[in-house]
Design a protein around this ligand. Structure first.
Ligand code: MN
Ligand code: MN
Length: 315
């Protein structure tokens, strides 16, 4: 089909923000590389986040103006009174070619896809999948140490193992912390009662920072940010959608009441953007089956656009 002129949101193939589709990573030549990981077999109770990359892409077509290719039009932010993402080029690299029952193979493919994107000097934007995928993604950042990970989540995901399993969505940041290039995990919004005090003690004893939802509500983001060592460095952002309040993001395996707002997550991102370099983002645990309103994936898209804007906003 000839290139469309009006390119309305509901026409054409749903790539992320209608970005050009670049399935062969050797052809990648863009500032932002979006890649899906439709994998949720590390989920215990309510699987379905394997469908999230497709649902997020579909929702993202509402913002097709970002993806026209070489020169994105960007968008105007009324609160900051400036355009964001102007001239930033996007590519949608499709999905990691996962298969069921073979986590080792899937993790190797995830690692090598992210490695290739980083070699092409594009910003990886990862659409999960469940949270187990963050570990093989972070393995690919060995050249980016010391790396700090900003985690938005209701849960610590720092269990050493669950029933002997070391790579479920309960453990990605325990595994990530074992990587020599990962310096620190900084978590916001923690509140799930299945995160144990042992997990919390172990994480803190390793030098990680853990901020609960009430820390955010009562102290505010700026005060919490003062506790982060004032080093300019590389930051990776991992957004588990259950870190947000289930009133706005209900479509997720483990919703927990009293979550963060989009405003609070944006404040965290803006503080990170002002102190370091954002080198990647994943957004995980969106389960489209659990939200017929599709609000969750629409919020996911807005969070991703805000995060990508943070990476390129030098004003
Ligand atoms: Mn979670
Ligand atoms: Mn998580």
């Amino acid at each position: 089909m000839k290139q469309q002129i009006t390119s309305l949101p509901h026409t054409g193939i749903a790539t992320f923000c209608k970005a050009p589709y670049v399935p062969d990573l050797t052809d990648l030549n863009a500032d932002v590389a979006v890649i899906g990981i439709p994998y949720d077999e590390a989920t215990a109770m309510r699987p379905g986040s394997r469908q999230a990359p497709r649902a997020i892409r579909d929702a993202s077509t509402r913002f097709g103006f970002l993806g026209k290719g070489v020169d994105s039009n960007g968008f105007y932010d009324i609160n900051r009174d400036r355009k964001l993402l102007s001239g930033v080029s996007f590519a949608d690299c499709g999905d990691v070619d996962v298969i069921y029952f073979d986590q080792d193979r899937n993790f190797d493919l995830i690692y090598s896809a992210v490695t290739q994107i980083l070699e092409k000097e594009a910003l990886p934007v990862i659409l999960g999948g469940d949270h187990s995928i963050s570990y093989p993604v972070l393995r690919a950042y060995e050249q980016f140490g010391p790396l700090r990970v900003i985690l938005i989540d209701a849960h610590l995901d720092y269990k050493d193992n669950l029933l002997g399993l070391k790579y479920t969505n309960n453990s990605p940041f325990r595994r990530a912390f074992e990587l020599s290039h990962v310096e620190q995990i900084i978590s916001f919004g923690i509140r799930g009662i299945k995160s144990t005090d042992l997990e919390l003690r172990e994480s803190r004893s390793h030098g990680n920072l853990v901020f609960s939802n009430y820390d955010v509500f009562e102290q505010g983001i700026a005060a919490l940010m003062h506790q982060i060592p004032d080093t300019v460095g590389n930051y990776y952002v991992s957004i588990d959608i259950d870190g947000l309040d289930p009133a706005i993001c209900p479509g997720t395996e483990s919703p927990e009441a009293e979550g963060l707002t989009v405003t609070q997550v944006k404040q965290i991102l803006q503080h990170i953007g002002s102190r370091g370099r954002l080198v990647g983002v994943d957004l995980v645990e969106v389960n489209p089956y659990l939200d017929p309103s599709e609000l969750t994936q629409h919020m996911a898209v807005q969070l991703l656009i805000e995060t990508i804007a943070t990476a390129f906003d030098n004003a």
